[in-house]
Design a protein around this ligand. Sequence first.
Ligand code: CAA
Length: 241
Amino acid sequence: MDKVALVTGGSRGIGAAISKALQAEGYKVAATYAGNDEAARAFSDETGIRTYKWSVTDYDACKDGVARIEDELGPVAVLVNNAGITRDAMFHKMTPDQWKKVIDTNLNGLFNMTHCVWPGMRDRKFGRIINITSVNGQKGQAGQANYSAAKAGDIGFTRALAQEGARAGITVNAIAPGYIGTEMVRAIDEKVLAERILPQIPVGRLGEPEEIARCAVFLASDDSGFITGSTLSANGAQFFA
Ligand code: CAA
C-alpha cells in the first residue's frame, strides 16, 4: 500500500488513534497539528509518523502544507478532517471570539483542507474525505452553540460534497463520535461529566479513540466506495440521528 492519508489534528486524541490505525493498514500517514510541539514530537518518536505544523484556519498554510506533503509522501488519497476545538459557554456568556474560533477551526477548516486536496482527487478519480463531526452536531448540546453549529455544518458539507465527488470516485463521509475518553472530554468539569453526561450514555462509559479509528479505516478503504454522504454514529446509543 502506498496510499497517503492526511489526518488533521492527527497527533493527539481521536486524530492520533486514526493516524496510527491508518498506518497499521499500510498507509503513509501525515499528521498535522496546530500548536503542541511537544505532543507532536513525542507522537512522531513513538510512531514514526511525520507531523506538520499549521493551522487549518489558514487557507494559504493549508495549500502550502498539502503541497509539501504531496512532495514528500505522494498524492493525498485520504483526508481525515479531524482537527477541532471547543470553547464551551452557555450562550448568554459566549463571546464573539469563542463563536468565531470554533466556527473557524471546526467548519471553515474543512473548506480550507478539502479545497486543497479536491482538484488532485478529481484528476486521479479517487479520494476519501472523512469528516469528524460529533453527536453534538446531531442533537445540539447546551453550552456548545458554537460547536454544535459547526459540527452540524460539517454534516451538510459532507452531504453536498458527496454528490459532487460521486462521479469522480471520491467518497465523502462523516463520523459522529459521542463522548470519547480524550483530553477534550476530560476537560469537562468532573461533576458535569458524571452527573449530566454519563447518565445520557446507555452503554455506560466513554468511547475509546480506537473505536472511532476503526470507523475511519473502514470508510477509507477501497471497499467502501458505495458509501458516500453518510454519517456513521458511534456514541454508545446516546442519540439516534
Ligand atoms: N441543559 C439546560 N441547562 C443547562 C444544561 C443543560 N444541559 N447544563 C447547564 N445548564 C444550566 C444550569 O442549570 C445553570 O442554570 P441556572 O443558572 O439557572 O442555575 C446554567 O445552565 C449554568 O450552568 P453551569 O453552572 O454549568 O454554567 P457554567 O458557566 O459553570 O458552565 C458549561 C457552562 C461550561 C457549558 C458547562 O455546563 C459544561 O461544561 N457543560 C458540558 C458541555 C459539553 O457537553 N461539552 C462537550 C465537550 S466534549 C466535546 O465537545 C466532544 C464531543 O464532540 C462530544
